[in-house]
Design a protein around this ligand. Structure first.
Ligand SMILES: Cc1ncc(COP(=O)(O)O)c(C=O)c1O
Length: 633
Protein backbone atom coordinates (compact mmCIF):
# COMPACT_ATOMS: atom_id res chain seq x y z
CA UNK A 1 0.00 0.00 0.00
CA UNK A 2 1.28 3.47 -0.82
CA UNK A 3 2.53 5.08 2.39
CA UNK A 4 3.60 1.81 4.05
CA UNK A 5 7.03 1.66 5.67
CA UNK A 6 8.42 -1.77 4.98
CA UNK A 7 11.65 -3.72 5.44
CA UNK A 8 12.83 -5.73 2.49
CA UNK A 9 15.93 -7.56 1.35
CA UNK A 10 18.12 -5.29 -0.81
CA UNK A 11 21.02 -6.88 -2.69
CA UNK A 12 24.61 -5.89 -1.80
CA UNK A 13 26.67 -4.53 -4.66
CA UNK A 14 28.00 -7.99 -5.58
CA UNK A 15 24.42 -9.40 -5.53
CA UNK A 16 25.68 -12.39 -3.51
CA UNK A 17 24.22 -11.30 -0.20
CA UNK A 18 21.23 -9.31 0.93
CA UNK A 19 20.70 -6.69 3.57
CA UNK A 20 17.39 -5.88 5.19
CA UNK A 21 16.59 -2.17 4.79
CA UNK A 22 13.59 0.12 5.41
CA UNK A 23 11.81 1.99 2.63
CA UNK A 24 8.63 3.89 1.87
CA UNK A 25 6.18 2.42 -0.67
CA UNK A 26 5.26 5.06 -3.29
CA UNK A 27 3.44 3.06 -5.98
CA UNK A 28 0.97 0.24 -6.37
CA UNK A 29 2.35 -3.22 -7.31
CA UNK A 30 2.07 -4.26 -10.97
CA UNK A 31 0.91 -7.68 -12.12
CA UNK A 32 4.38 -9.14 -11.41
CA UNK A 33 4.35 -7.81 -7.85
CA UNK A 34 6.93 -5.07 -8.57
CA UNK A 35 6.48 -1.64 -7.00
CA UNK A 36 8.49 1.51 -6.31
CA UNK A 37 9.98 2.52 -2.98
CA UNK A 38 12.09 5.37 -1.63
CA UNK A 39 14.87 4.21 0.64
CA UNK A 40 15.00 5.42 4.23
CA UNK A 41 18.20 6.38 5.93
CA UNK A 42 19.08 6.94 9.57
CA UNK A 43 22.26 8.89 8.69
CA UNK A 44 22.81 12.41 7.28
CA UNK A 45 19.20 13.22 8.05
CA UNK A 46 19.43 16.85 6.97
CA UNK A 47 21.23 16.21 3.68
CA UNK A 48 19.64 17.95 0.65
CA UNK A 49 17.00 15.79 -0.98
CA UNK A 50 15.97 14.12 2.29
CA UNK A 51 12.69 14.52 4.18
CA UNK A 52 12.73 13.77 7.90
CA UNK A 53 10.04 11.46 9.32
CA UNK A 54 8.81 12.06 12.87
CA UNK A 55 6.78 9.86 15.19
CA UNK A 56 3.77 12.14 14.54
CA UNK A 57 3.92 11.34 10.85
CA UNK A 58 2.77 7.74 11.44
CA UNK A 59 -0.86 6.71 11.18
CA UNK A 60 0.15 3.32 12.65
CA UNK A 61 3.38 1.63 13.74
CA UNK A 62 6.70 3.45 13.61
CA UNK A 63 10.49 3.21 13.40
CA UNK A 64 12.90 2.68 16.25
CA UNK A 65 15.49 5.18 14.86
CA UNK A 66 15.02 8.74 13.50
CA UNK A 67 14.95 8.41 9.74
CA UNK A 68 14.66 10.43 6.56
CA UNK A 69 13.23 9.55 3.17
CA UNK A 70 15.85 9.87 0.46
CA UNK A 71 14.04 11.45 -2.48
CA UNK A 72 16.82 10.43 -4.85
CA UNK A 73 16.81 6.77 -3.75
CA UNK A 74 13.90 5.44 -5.83
CA UNK A 75 14.05 1.67 -6.40
CA UNK A 76 11.80 -0.96 -7.90
CA UNK A 77 11.43 -4.04 -5.66
CA UNK A 78 9.31 -7.19 -5.66
CA UNK A 79 6.73 -8.09 -3.05
CA UNK A 80 8.61 -11.35 -2.41
CA UNK A 81 11.58 -9.43 -1.00
CA UNK A 82 9.45 -7.76 1.71
CA UNK A 83 10.25 -9.15 5.15
CA UNK A 84 7.90 -7.01 7.28
CA UNK A 85 5.74 -3.91 7.41
CA UNK A 86 6.50 -1.63 10.37
CA UNK A 87 4.05 1.22 9.90
CA UNK A 88 2.08 3.50 7.66
CA UNK A 89 2.51 7.25 7.12
CA UNK A 90 -0.38 9.68 7.46
CA UNK A 91 -1.60 11.23 4.19
CA UNK A 92 -0.37 14.70 5.34
CA UNK A 93 3.14 13.33 5.81
CA UNK A 94 3.09 11.44 2.52
CA UNK A 95 1.90 14.37 0.41
CA UNK A 96 5.02 16.59 0.62
CA UNK A 97 7.21 13.57 -0.12
CA UNK A 98 5.24 12.63 -3.23
CA UNK A 99 5.04 16.28 -4.24
CA UNK A 100 8.79 16.77 -3.89
CA UNK A 101 9.36 13.79 -6.18
CA UNK A 102 7.04 15.20 -8.81
CA UNK A 103 8.70 18.61 -8.54
CA UNK A 104 12.13 17.08 -8.86
CA UNK A 105 11.07 15.16 -11.97
CA UNK A 106 9.44 18.34 -13.30
CA UNK A 107 12.69 20.25 -13.00
CA UNK A 108 14.51 17.48 -14.84
CA UNK A 109 11.86 17.52 -17.57
CA UNK A 110 11.96 21.30 -17.88
CA UNK A 111 15.73 21.31 -18.15
CA UNK A 112 15.51 19.09 -21.17
CA UNK A 113 12.30 20.37 -22.75
CA UNK A 114 12.74 24.11 -22.27
CA UNK A 115 16.45 24.84 -22.37
CA UNK A 116 15.90 27.23 -25.31
CA UNK A 117 13.64 29.39 -23.11
CA UNK A 118 16.42 30.13 -20.63
CA UNK A 119 17.84 33.67 -20.47
CA UNK A 120 20.07 34.44 -23.43
CA UNK A 121 23.14 34.79 -21.23
CA UNK A 122 22.51 31.53 -19.33
CA UNK A 123 25.38 29.07 -19.91
CA UNK A 124 22.78 26.28 -20.18
CA UNK A 125 21.01 27.95 -23.13
CA UNK A 126 21.70 25.71 -26.18
CA UNK A 127 23.26 28.63 -28.06
CA UNK A 128 25.84 29.03 -25.30
CA UNK A 129 26.56 25.35 -24.84
CA UNK A 130 29.95 24.74 -26.46
CA UNK A 131 29.12 21.10 -27.09
CA UNK A 132 25.95 21.97 -29.00
CA UNK A 133 26.00 22.18 -32.81
CA UNK A 134 23.97 25.37 -32.87
CA UNK A 135 26.65 27.36 -31.05
CA UNK A 136 28.87 26.81 -34.09
CA UNK A 137 26.45 27.66 -36.88
CA UNK A 138 27.45 27.95 -40.51
CA UNK A 139 28.77 31.39 -41.46
CA UNK A 140 25.40 32.61 -42.77
CA UNK A 141 23.82 31.60 -39.46
CA UNK A 142 21.11 29.74 -41.34
CA UNK A 143 18.65 28.16 -39.00
CA UNK A 144 18.99 30.98 -36.48
CA UNK A 145 15.82 32.86 -35.80
CA UNK A 146 15.38 35.86 -33.52
CA UNK A 147 11.81 36.31 -32.32
CA UNK A 148 10.72 39.78 -31.27
CA UNK A 149 9.69 38.45 -27.85
CA UNK A 150 9.04 35.27 -25.93
CA UNK A 151 8.67 33.59 -22.59
CA UNK A 152 11.93 33.44 -20.66
CA UNK A 153 11.89 30.93 -17.83
CA UNK A 154 13.74 28.05 -16.24
CA UNK A 155 12.76 24.97 -14.27
CA UNK A 156 11.84 27.34 -11.39
CA UNK A 157 8.67 28.58 -13.10
CA UNK A 158 7.69 25.12 -14.37
CA UNK A 159 8.11 23.65 -10.91
CA UNK A 160 6.10 26.51 -9.36
CA UNK A 161 3.25 25.93 -11.84
CA UNK A 162 3.18 22.18 -11.20
CA UNK A 163 3.48 22.52 -7.46
CA UNK A 164 0.62 25.02 -7.27
CA UNK A 165 -1.49 22.90 -9.61
CA UNK A 166 -0.96 19.87 -7.36
CA UNK A 167 -2.26 21.94 -4.44
CA UNK A 168 -5.29 22.55 -6.66
CA UNK A 169 -6.54 25.65 -4.87
CA UNK A 170 -6.76 27.03 -8.41
CA UNK A 171 -8.52 30.32 -7.82
CA UNK A 172 -6.50 33.34 -6.66
CA UNK A 173 -5.10 32.37 -3.24
CA UNK A 174 -1.82 32.13 -1.37
CA UNK A 175 0.39 32.86 -4.39
CA UNK A 176 -1.93 35.58 -5.65
CA UNK A 177 -1.85 37.39 -2.31
CA UNK A 178 1.93 37.04 -2.09
CA UNK A 179 2.51 38.20 -5.67
CA UNK A 180 0.32 41.26 -5.14
CA UNK A 181 2.41 42.20 -2.11
CA UNK A 182 5.70 41.47 -3.85
CA UNK A 183 4.79 43.58 -6.87
CA UNK A 184 3.54 46.46 -4.76
CA UNK A 185 6.78 46.41 -2.75
CA UNK A 186 8.92 46.15 -5.88
CA UNK A 187 7.29 49.21 -7.41
CA UNK A 188 6.75 51.16 -4.19
CA UNK A 189 2.96 51.54 -4.52
CA UNK A 190 0.24 51.23 -1.90
CA UNK A 191 -1.41 48.13 -3.33
CA UNK A 192 -1.42 45.87 -6.37
CA UNK A 193 -4.36 43.83 -7.63
CA UNK A 194 -3.76 40.95 -9.99
CA UNK A 195 -6.09 40.59 -12.98
CA UNK A 196 -6.19 38.28 -15.98
CA UNK A 197 -4.63 40.66 -18.54
CA UNK A 198 -3.23 44.13 -19.13
CA UNK A 199 -6.42 44.98 -20.98
CA UNK A 200 -8.48 44.00 -17.94
CA UNK A 201 -6.13 46.07 -15.79
CA UNK A 202 -6.87 49.13 -17.93
CA UNK A 203 -10.60 48.36 -17.82
CA UNK A 204 -10.59 48.09 -14.02
CA UNK A 205 -8.40 51.18 -13.55
CA UNK A 206 -10.82 53.39 -15.49
CA UNK A 207 -13.87 51.71 -13.92
CA UNK A 208 -12.52 52.43 -10.41
CA UNK A 209 -12.69 56.16 -11.18
CA UNK A 210 -16.38 55.93 -12.14
CA UNK A 211 -17.46 54.85 -8.64
CA UNK A 212 -20.30 56.69 -6.89
CA UNK A 213 -18.11 56.58 -3.80
CA UNK A 214 -16.01 59.44 -5.19
CA UNK A 215 -17.26 63.03 -4.90
CA UNK A 216 -19.33 63.96 -7.99
CA UNK A 217 -16.77 66.44 -9.37
CA UNK A 218 -13.98 63.81 -9.13
CA UNK A 219 -16.00 60.93 -10.54
CA UNK A 220 -15.79 59.99 -14.23
CA UNK A 221 -19.35 60.17 -15.52
CA UNK A 222 -20.68 59.26 -18.97
CA UNK A 223 -19.57 61.91 -21.45
CA UNK A 224 -16.62 63.07 -19.33
CA UNK A 225 -13.34 63.26 -21.19
CA UNK A 226 -10.05 61.41 -20.79
CA UNK A 227 -7.02 62.62 -22.72
CA UNK A 228 -5.07 59.89 -24.51
CA UNK A 229 -2.91 59.62 -27.62
CA UNK A 230 -3.48 58.42 -31.15
CA UNK A 231 -0.77 55.78 -31.64
CA UNK A 232 -0.42 52.71 -29.48
CA UNK A 233 -2.23 49.62 -28.29
CA UNK A 234 -6.04 49.61 -28.64
CA UNK A 235 -6.84 48.52 -25.11
CA UNK A 236 -5.21 51.60 -23.64
CA UNK A 237 -8.10 53.50 -25.23
CA UNK A 238 -10.93 50.94 -25.32
CA UNK A 239 -11.62 51.07 -21.54
CA UNK A 240 -12.29 54.81 -21.79
CA UNK A 241 -15.10 54.05 -24.25
CA UNK A 242 -16.22 50.92 -22.38
CA UNK A 243 -16.73 53.07 -19.28
CA UNK A 244 -18.84 55.62 -21.16
CA UNK A 245 -16.17 58.34 -21.21
CA UNK A 246 -14.90 60.16 -24.30
CA UNK A 247 -11.27 59.69 -25.37
CA UNK A 248 -9.69 62.92 -26.58
CA UNK A 249 -6.70 62.24 -28.79
CA UNK A 250 -3.43 64.11 -28.95
CA UNK A 251 -0.57 63.21 -31.26
CA UNK A 252 2.55 61.07 -30.63
CA UNK A 253 6.15 62.09 -31.00
CA UNK A 254 7.47 59.69 -33.64
CA UNK A 255 10.97 59.26 -32.23
CA UNK A 256 9.99 58.80 -28.57
CA UNK A 257 6.76 57.04 -29.52
CA UNK A 258 5.01 58.83 -26.65
CA UNK A 259 2.25 61.42 -26.39
CA UNK A 260 3.22 65.00 -27.28
CA UNK A 261 3.02 66.98 -24.08
CA UNK A 262 2.83 70.33 -25.87
CA UNK A 263 -0.70 69.38 -26.96
CA UNK A 264 -2.13 68.63 -23.50
CA UNK A 265 -3.54 72.09 -22.82
CA UNK A 266 -5.25 72.16 -26.20
CA UNK A 267 -7.12 68.98 -25.32
CA UNK A 268 -8.31 70.20 -21.92
CA UNK A 269 -11.87 71.37 -21.34
CA UNK A 270 -12.69 72.68 -17.88
CA UNK A 271 -15.37 70.62 -16.15
CA UNK A 272 -15.23 67.91 -18.84
CA UNK A 273 -11.68 66.60 -18.68
CA UNK A 274 -11.33 64.23 -15.71
CA UNK A 275 -8.23 62.17 -16.43
CA UNK A 276 -5.19 61.51 -18.60
CA UNK A 277 -4.30 57.98 -19.70
CA UNK A 278 -1.20 57.15 -21.75
CA UNK A 279 1.09 54.17 -22.19
CA UNK A 280 4.83 54.40 -21.64
CA UNK A 281 5.48 53.35 -25.22
CA UNK A 282 7.71 50.31 -25.77
CA UNK A 283 9.44 50.74 -22.44
CA UNK A 284 10.15 54.45 -22.89
CA UNK A 285 8.69 56.67 -20.13
CA UNK A 286 6.40 59.44 -21.33
CA UNK A 287 7.27 62.87 -20.02
CA UNK A 288 6.04 62.39 -16.47
CA UNK A 289 7.07 65.83 -15.20
CA UNK A 290 4.96 67.53 -17.86
CA UNK A 291 1.93 65.25 -17.42
CA UNK A 292 2.05 65.39 -13.62
CA UNK A 293 2.26 69.18 -13.71
CA UNK A 294 -0.75 69.32 -16.04
CA UNK A 295 -2.75 66.90 -13.88
CA UNK A 296 -1.78 68.72 -10.69
CA UNK A 297 -2.78 72.09 -12.15
CA UNK A 298 -6.21 70.90 -13.35
CA UNK A 299 -6.80 68.30 -10.59
CA UNK A 300 -7.00 65.39 -13.02
CA UNK A 301 -6.38 61.70 -12.47
CA UNK A 302 -3.41 60.12 -14.19
CA UNK A 303 -3.56 56.47 -15.25
CA UNK A 304 -0.19 55.18 -16.43
CA UNK A 305 -0.45 52.20 -18.77
CA UNK A 306 2.82 50.63 -17.64
CA UNK A 307 2.12 47.36 -19.46
CA UNK A 308 5.21 47.65 -21.67
CA UNK A 309 7.45 49.49 -19.25
CA UNK A 310 8.06 47.61 -16.00
CA UNK A 311 11.45 48.71 -14.69
CA UNK A 312 11.73 52.09 -16.45
CA UNK A 313 12.66 55.05 -14.28
CA UNK A 314 12.19 58.80 -14.65
CA UNK A 315 14.37 61.40 -12.98
CA UNK A 316 13.48 65.05 -12.31
CA UNK A 317 14.71 67.80 -9.99
CA UNK A 318 13.30 67.56 -6.45
CA UNK A 319 12.29 71.23 -6.64
CA UNK A 320 9.94 70.49 -9.53
CA UNK A 321 8.72 67.21 -7.99
CA UNK A 322 7.61 69.20 -4.93
CA UNK A 323 5.70 71.70 -7.06
CA UNK A 324 3.84 69.13 -9.14
CA UNK A 325 2.49 66.98 -6.34
CA UNK A 326 4.97 64.11 -6.14
CA UNK A 327 5.17 64.22 -2.32
CA UNK A 328 4.23 60.53 -2.10
CA UNK A 329 7.43 59.64 -3.98
CA UNK A 330 9.62 62.17 -2.16
CA UNK A 331 8.49 60.69 1.15
CA UNK A 332 9.61 57.21 0.11
CA UNK A 333 12.83 58.50 -1.47
CA UNK A 334 13.78 60.44 1.68
CA UNK A 335 13.63 57.26 3.73
CA UNK A 336 16.36 55.90 1.48
CA UNK A 337 15.10 52.33 1.65
CA UNK A 338 13.59 51.71 -1.79
CA UNK A 339 15.84 50.41 -4.55
CA UNK A 340 14.08 52.36 -7.33
CA UNK A 341 12.56 55.39 -5.56
CA UNK A 342 15.57 57.42 -4.51
CA UNK A 343 17.21 60.82 -4.30
CA UNK A 344 20.36 61.38 -6.33
CA UNK A 345 22.46 64.20 -7.70
CA UNK A 346 22.20 64.70 -11.44
CA UNK A 347 23.93 67.59 -13.24
CA UNK A 348 24.63 69.07 -9.80
CA UNK A 349 20.91 69.14 -8.90
CA UNK A 350 19.14 67.18 -6.20
CA UNK A 351 16.84 64.87 -8.12
CA UNK A 352 14.11 62.32 -7.55
CA UNK A 353 14.20 59.04 -9.45
CA UNK A 354 11.21 56.70 -9.45
CA UNK A 355 9.85 53.93 -11.64
CA UNK A 356 7.12 54.51 -14.19
CA UNK A 357 3.82 53.34 -12.80
CA UNK A 358 4.31 55.24 -9.53
CA UNK A 359 3.74 58.86 -10.55
CA UNK A 360 0.01 58.95 -11.21
CA UNK A 361 -3.05 57.65 -9.36
CA UNK A 362 -3.34 54.19 -10.91
CA UNK A 363 -1.08 52.21 -13.20
CA UNK A 364 -1.34 48.91 -15.01
CA UNK A 365 0.85 45.96 -16.01
CA UNK A 366 0.53 43.15 -18.54
CA UNK A 367 2.06 39.73 -17.99
CA UNK A 368 1.32 38.34 -21.45
CA UNK A 369 4.45 36.50 -22.73
CA UNK A 370 6.21 39.34 -24.61
CA UNK A 371 6.16 41.54 -21.52
CA UNK A 372 8.83 42.07 -18.87
CA UNK A 373 7.34 39.34 -16.65
CA UNK A 374 4.97 36.61 -17.70
CA UNK A 375 2.21 34.54 -16.13
CA UNK A 376 0.98 33.36 -19.56
CA UNK A 377 -2.02 35.66 -19.39
CA UNK A 378 -2.20 38.21 -16.61
CA UNK A 379 -1.95 41.77 -15.52
CA UNK A 380 -2.11 44.06 -12.54
CA UNK A 381 -3.60 47.34 -11.36
CA UNK A 382 -1.31 49.38 -9.11
CA UNK A 383 -2.89 51.73 -6.61
CA UNK A 384 -0.24 54.36 -6.29
CA UNK A 385 -1.17 56.70 -3.47
CA UNK A 386 -4.86 56.68 -2.48
CA UNK A 387 -5.86 53.37 -0.81
CA UNK A 388 -9.64 53.84 -1.34
CA UNK A 389 -9.05 53.58 -5.09
CA UNK A 390 -7.84 50.04 -4.33
CA UNK A 391 -11.14 49.18 -2.66
CA UNK A 392 -13.10 50.44 -5.68
CA UNK A 393 -10.80 48.68 -8.17
CA UNK A 394 -11.08 45.43 -6.20
CA UNK A 395 -14.85 45.67 -6.18
CA UNK A 396 -14.96 46.11 -9.99
CA UNK A 397 -12.51 43.22 -10.39
CA UNK A 398 -14.53 40.92 -8.13
CA UNK A 399 -18.09 40.98 -9.53
CA UNK A 400 -18.78 44.51 -8.22
CA UNK A 401 -19.19 43.21 -4.69
CA UNK A 402 -19.05 45.36 -1.58
CA UNK A 403 -17.42 42.54 0.43
CA UNK A 404 -13.63 42.23 0.33
CA UNK A 405 -13.16 38.67 1.70
CA UNK A 406 -10.47 36.71 -0.18
CA UNK A 407 -11.83 33.71 -2.08
CA UNK A 408 -12.82 30.87 0.24
CA UNK A 409 -12.94 33.16 3.34
CA UNK A 410 -15.98 34.57 5.12
CA UNK A 411 -16.67 37.46 7.47
CA UNK A 412 -13.39 39.40 7.06
CA UNK A 413 -15.35 42.57 7.95
CA UNK A 414 -16.60 40.92 11.19
CA UNK A 415 -20.15 42.05 10.44
CA UNK A 416 -21.18 39.80 7.58
CA UNK A 417 -24.84 40.10 8.61
CA UNK A 418 -24.58 43.63 10.01
CA UNK A 419 -24.96 45.76 6.88
CA UNK A 420 -27.84 47.65 5.33
CA UNK A 421 -26.97 48.96 1.86
CA UNK A 422 -29.10 50.02 -1.12
CA UNK A 423 -32.65 48.92 -0.63
CA UNK A 424 -31.67 45.51 0.69
CA UNK A 425 -33.07 44.32 4.02
CA UNK A 426 -31.01 44.97 7.17
CA UNK A 427 -28.48 42.16 7.72
CA UNK A 428 -28.44 40.93 4.12
CA UNK A 429 -25.31 38.76 3.61
CA UNK A 430 -22.44 41.18 2.82
CA UNK A 431 -20.92 38.52 0.56
CA UNK A 432 -23.78 39.11 -1.87
CA UNK A 433 -24.06 42.89 -1.72
CA UNK A 434 -23.00 44.60 -4.96
CA UNK A 435 -22.03 48.26 -4.88
CA UNK A 436 -20.82 48.37 -8.51
CA UNK A 437 -21.73 46.91 -11.89
CA UNK A 438 -18.60 44.79 -11.94
CA UNK A 439 -16.64 42.04 -13.70
CA UNK A 440 -14.74 38.95 -12.71
CA UNK A 441 -11.25 39.26 -14.18
CA UNK A 442 -9.10 37.44 -11.65
CA UNK A 443 -6.24 35.16 -12.77
CA UNK A 444 -5.55 31.71 -11.31
CA UNK A 445 -3.23 30.94 -8.42
CA UNK A 446 -0.85 28.73 -10.47
CA UNK A 447 -0.33 31.76 -12.75
CA UNK A 448 0.65 33.81 -9.72
CA UNK A 449 3.02 31.04 -8.61
CA UNK A 450 4.77 31.41 -11.98
CA UNK A 451 4.71 35.21 -11.70
CA UNK A 452 6.42 35.14 -8.31
CA UNK A 453 9.38 33.24 -9.75
CA UNK A 454 9.51 35.76 -12.59
CA UNK A 455 9.64 38.68 -10.13
CA UNK A 456 12.81 37.15 -8.63
CA UNK A 457 14.38 37.42 -12.10
CA UNK A 458 13.13 40.95 -12.85
CA UNK A 459 16.40 42.82 -12.19
CA UNK A 460 18.31 40.50 -14.54
CA UNK A 461 15.53 40.71 -17.15
CA UNK A 462 15.59 44.52 -17.11
CA UNK A 463 19.37 44.59 -17.41
CA UNK A 464 19.26 42.17 -20.35
CA UNK A 465 16.72 44.37 -22.16
CA UNK A 466 19.00 47.39 -21.75
CA UNK A 467 22.11 45.46 -22.77
CA UNK A 468 20.42 44.03 -25.85
CA UNK A 469 19.12 47.46 -26.90
CA UNK A 470 22.61 48.93 -26.55
CA UNK A 471 24.14 46.04 -28.48
CA UNK A 472 21.76 46.56 -31.39
CA UNK A 473 22.19 50.35 -31.33
CA UNK A 474 25.96 49.99 -31.47
CA UNK A 475 25.76 47.32 -34.15
CA UNK A 476 23.48 49.45 -36.36
CA UNK A 477 25.15 52.81 -35.78
CA UNK A 478 26.37 53.06 -39.37
CA UNK A 479 22.81 53.01 -40.65
CA UNK A 480 21.61 56.43 -39.46
CA UNK A 481 21.31 57.58 -43.10
CA UNK A 482 18.36 55.22 -43.60
CA UNK A 483 16.95 54.71 -40.11
CA UNK A 484 15.87 57.14 -37.40
CA UNK A 485 16.43 55.28 -34.13
CA UNK A 486 14.16 55.68 -31.12
CA UNK A 487 15.44 57.84 -28.28
CA UNK A 488 14.53 57.81 -24.60
CA UNK A 489 12.24 60.70 -23.65
CA UNK A 490 14.37 63.73 -22.69
CA UNK A 491 17.39 62.50 -24.71
CA UNK A 492 18.30 64.54 -27.75
CA UNK A 493 20.78 62.17 -29.31
CA UNK A 494 22.99 59.11 -28.97
CA UNK A 495 26.72 58.77 -29.24
CA UNK A 496 28.69 55.54 -29.49
CA UNK A 497 31.17 56.66 -26.82
CA UNK A 498 29.03 58.74 -24.45
CA UNK A 499 25.66 57.03 -24.84
CA UNK A 500 22.59 59.24 -24.71
CA UNK A 501 22.87 63.01 -24.86
CA UNK A 502 20.73 64.82 -22.30
CA UNK A 503 20.00 68.50 -22.72
CA UNK A 504 17.71 69.35 -19.83
CA UNK A 505 19.67 69.52 -16.56
CA UNK A 506 18.31 67.16 -13.92
CA UNK A 507 16.05 65.18 -16.27
CA UNK A 508 16.73 61.57 -17.28
CA UNK A 509 14.79 58.54 -18.40
CA UNK A 510 16.14 55.03 -17.98
CA UNK A 511 14.33 52.74 -20.41
CA UNK A 512 13.43 49.15 -19.68
CA UNK A 513 12.94 48.61 -23.39
CA UNK A 514 10.08 46.51 -24.72
CA UNK A 515 11.52 46.57 -28.23
CA UNK A 516 14.11 48.20 -30.45
CA UNK A 517 12.18 50.72 -32.50
CA UNK A 518 13.38 52.44 -35.61
CA UNK A 519 11.73 54.53 -38.33
CA UNK A 520 12.59 53.97 -41.97
CA UNK A 521 13.52 57.44 -43.23
CA UNK A 522 11.53 58.77 -46.19
CA UNK A 523 14.78 59.13 -48.16
CA UNK A 524 15.76 55.46 -47.61
CA UNK A 525 15.93 53.50 -50.90
CA UNK A 526 13.46 50.92 -49.56
CA UNK A 527 10.03 50.89 -48.01
CA UNK A 528 9.12 49.91 -44.47
CA UNK A 529 7.22 46.93 -45.87
CA UNK A 530 10.20 45.77 -47.94
CA UNK A 531 12.37 45.96 -44.83
CA UNK A 532 9.84 44.06 -42.72
CA UNK A 533 9.50 41.36 -45.40
CA UNK A 534 13.27 40.92 -45.52
CA UNK A 535 13.37 40.55 -41.74
CA UNK A 536 10.59 37.95 -41.99
CA UNK A 537 12.51 36.00 -44.63
CA UNK A 538 15.50 35.94 -42.31
CA UNK A 539 13.37 34.87 -39.37
CA UNK A 540 13.81 38.10 -37.45
CA UNK A 541 10.62 38.82 -35.56
CA UNK A 542 9.35 42.33 -36.16
CA UNK A 543 6.27 44.28 -35.20
CA UNK A 544 4.54 47.55 -35.96
CA UNK A 545 4.02 49.88 -33.05
CA UNK A 546 0.84 47.91 -32.38
CA UNK A 547 -2.22 49.59 -33.93
CA UNK A 548 -0.27 52.55 -35.41
CA UNK A 549 -2.63 55.53 -35.66
CA UNK A 550 -5.60 53.97 -33.87
CA UNK A 551 -7.98 56.50 -35.38
CA UNK A 552 -7.40 54.85 -38.75
CA UNK A 553 -8.29 51.39 -37.44
CA UNK A 554 -11.61 50.03 -38.73
CA UNK A 555 -13.02 49.88 -35.20
CA UNK A 556 -12.46 53.59 -34.63
CA UNK A 557 -13.53 54.65 -38.13
CA UNK A 558 -16.78 52.72 -37.60
CA UNK A 559 -17.28 54.18 -34.13
CA UNK A 560 -16.88 57.67 -35.48
CA UNK A 561 -19.54 56.89 -38.11
CA UNK A 562 -21.92 55.26 -35.64
CA UNK A 563 -21.48 57.68 -32.75
CA UNK A 564 -19.59 60.82 -33.80
CA UNK A 565 -19.54 62.14 -30.25
CA UNK A 566 -18.03 58.97 -28.76
CA UNK A 567 -14.52 60.37 -29.28
CA UNK A 568 -12.97 63.76 -29.85
CA UNK A 569 -10.09 64.59 -32.16
CA UNK A 570 -7.98 67.72 -32.43
CA UNK A 571 -6.57 69.11 -35.62
CA UNK A 572 -2.87 69.74 -35.20
CA UNK A 573 -2.14 69.51 -38.91
CA UNK A 574 -2.95 73.18 -39.51
CA UNK A 575 0.00 75.23 -38.26
CA UNK A 576 -2.19 78.34 -37.95
CA UNK A 577 -4.53 76.71 -35.47
CA UNK A 578 -2.47 74.23 -33.49
CA UNK A 579 -5.21 73.79 -30.92
CA UNK A 580 -8.25 73.94 -33.20
CA UNK A 581 -10.80 71.30 -32.36
CA UNK A 582 -12.17 69.51 -35.36
CA UNK A 583 -14.40 66.64 -36.25
CA UNK A 584 -13.10 65.87 -39.74
CA UNK A 585 -15.99 64.27 -41.58
CA UNK A 586 -14.18 61.37 -43.20
CA UNK A 587 -10.74 60.60 -41.91
CA UNK A 588 -10.21 61.87 -38.39
CA UNK A 589 -6.77 60.26 -38.29
CA UNK A 590 -5.34 62.72 -40.82
CA UNK A 591 -4.76 65.33 -38.16
CA UNK A 592 -2.11 63.26 -36.39
CA UNK A 593 1.15 63.46 -38.36
CA UNK A 594 3.24 61.89 -35.58
CA UNK A 595 0.93 58.90 -35.23
CA UNK A 596 0.82 58.59 -39.02
CA UNK A 597 4.60 58.54 -39.22
CA UNK A 598 4.69 55.82 -36.60
CA UNK A 599 2.07 53.87 -38.56
CA UNK A 600 3.96 54.20 -41.86
CA UNK A 601 7.60 54.10 -40.86
CA UNK A 602 8.07 52.46 -37.44
CA UNK A 603 9.10 48.88 -36.83
CA UNK A 604 10.46 47.25 -33.75
CA UNK A 605 12.56 44.16 -33.27
CA UNK A 606 13.32 42.21 -30.11
CA UNK A 607 15.41 43.00 -27.08
CA UNK A 608 13.81 40.45 -24.75
CA UNK A 609 16.07 38.68 -22.23
CA UNK A 610 15.87 35.35 -24.08
CA UNK A 611 18.00 36.64 -26.98
CA UNK A 612 21.49 35.20 -27.23
CA UNK A 613 24.59 36.82 -28.73
CA UNK A 614 24.15 34.50 -31.70
CA UNK A 615 20.68 35.88 -32.34
CA UNK A 616 21.69 39.50 -31.75
CA UNK A 617 24.59 39.11 -34.19
CA UNK A 618 22.23 37.55 -36.72
CA UNK A 619 19.93 40.57 -36.37
CA UNK A 620 22.74 43.10 -36.82
CA UNK A 621 24.27 41.28 -39.78
CA UNK A 622 20.97 40.74 -41.56
CA UNK A 623 19.95 44.38 -41.26
CA UNK A 624 23.36 45.63 -42.36
CA UNK A 625 23.34 43.24 -45.34
CA UNK A 626 19.88 44.44 -46.33
CA UNK A 627 20.84 48.11 -46.27
CA UNK A 628 24.05 47.34 -48.20
CA UNK A 629 22.09 45.45 -50.85
CA UNK A 630 19.86 48.49 -51.37
CA UNK A 631 22.68 51.05 -51.62
CA UNK A 632 22.94 52.83 -54.96
CA UNK A 633 26.06 51.66 -56.82
C1 LIG B 1 0.55 49.41 -23.90
C2 LIG B 1 -0.29 48.19 -23.74
N1 LIG B 1 -1.36 48.24 -22.95
C3 LIG B 1 -2.15 47.16 -22.74
C4 LIG B 1 -1.88 45.96 -23.35
C5 LIG B 1 -2.79 44.80 -23.15
O1 LIG B 1 -2.20 43.77 -22.40
P1 LIG B 1 -2.79 42.28 -22.49
O2 LIG B 1 -2.32 41.69 -23.77
O3 LIG B 1 -2.23 41.58 -21.30
O4 LIG B 1 -4.27 42.39 -22.44
C6 LIG B 1 -0.76 45.86 -24.20
C7 LIG B 1 -0.45 44.58 -24.85
O5 LIG B 1 0.63 44.27 -25.23
C8 LIG B 1 0.04 47.00 -24.40
O6 LIG B 1 1.11 46.96 -25.21
Amino acid sequence: MIGDIIFSRFPFADQAKFKERPSLVISRADERGDFSVLKLSSQDLDREGRVLINEDDFESGGLSKSSAVDLTGITRINAKTVTRKVGKLKAQALQPILKSRICQATREFSNIAHSANRPGIDPQHPHNDQSSAISHPPSNASGVSAPYAGRVFTEDEVEAAVSSTLDFWLTLGEHGEAMQEELAATLGVKKTLLVNSGSSANLIAVAALTTHKLPAHKRILPGDEIITCAAGFPTTVAPILQNGAVPVFIDNHPVYGNARMDQLEAAYVEGKTKAVMFAHTLGNPFDLAEVCEFCHKHELYLIEDNCDALGCTYTLPVERAEKIGLQHLLKIARKGEHHWIRLETVDGLECLTAPTGTFGDLSTQSFYPPHHLTMGEGGAVNIIRRPPLGTYAESFRDWGRDCWCPSGKDNTCNKRFGWQLGELPEGYDHKYIYSHIGYNVKPLDPQAAIGRKQIEKLPAFIQARKDNWNYLREGLKELEHVFEFALPTKASGWDSEKGFIWNEPGYRTDCSWFGFMLLVKPEAPFSTTAFASYLDEHKIGNRMLFGGNLLRQPAFVQLKKDRPDALRTLDFSNPDSPSAISHPPSSSGAAYPGADRIMNEAIFIGVFPGLTKLQLNHMVKTIRDFVKSKAKP
